[in-house]
Design a protein around this ligand. Structure first.
Ligand SMILES: [Cu+2]
Length: 129
């Protein structure tokens, strides 16, 4: 496989991951309530969604991040948004989900991680203005 092909394959996988997982918007009936920005992160094979994707959300719009441990073999994971002081209440055992809800009040970039596997499950959350 040439270097060019490898690059194309990894770009394709990253794009698919971003499309599949970053935005799942819910339609609500009331005009005053903005739709929540819903994100599903599956912890599997020591990564979130296969590639620790950059998550993009908008300031002032509620966010729901559901983290599910899909790791076979009894390895626990958690999820923390560094700098936003948000974390799953405990380590998640295989098959266990947890949902974090918050409304970002300022734009910026924040690191996310699994505190049990630092350096392996690290990514970024970007809050757009
Ligand atoms: Cu982990």
């Amino acid at each position: 496989m040439s270097g060019k092909t490898i690059l194309w394959v990894s770009c394709g996988a990253a794009t698919l991951g971003a499309l599949a997982f970053v935005f799942g918007q819910r339609i609500v009936s009331g005009k005053s309530e903005p739709p929540a920005q819903r994100i599903l992160l599956r912890a599997e094979a020591g990564k979130f969604n296969g590639s620790n994707p950059t998550l993009e959300v908008r300031r002032g719009v509620p966010v729901e991040i559901t983290v599910r441990n899909d790791e076979p073999g009894g390895i626990p994971h958690d999820f923390a948004l560094v700098g936003l002081d948000l974390k799953t209440p405990k380590a998640l055992q295989p098959g266990e989900p947890a949902t974090l809800r918050f409304t970002p009040s300022r734009p910026g970039e924040f690191a996310y991680t699994c505190t049990l596997h630092p350096g392996l499950m690290d990514g970024r959350l970007v809050v757009r203005p």
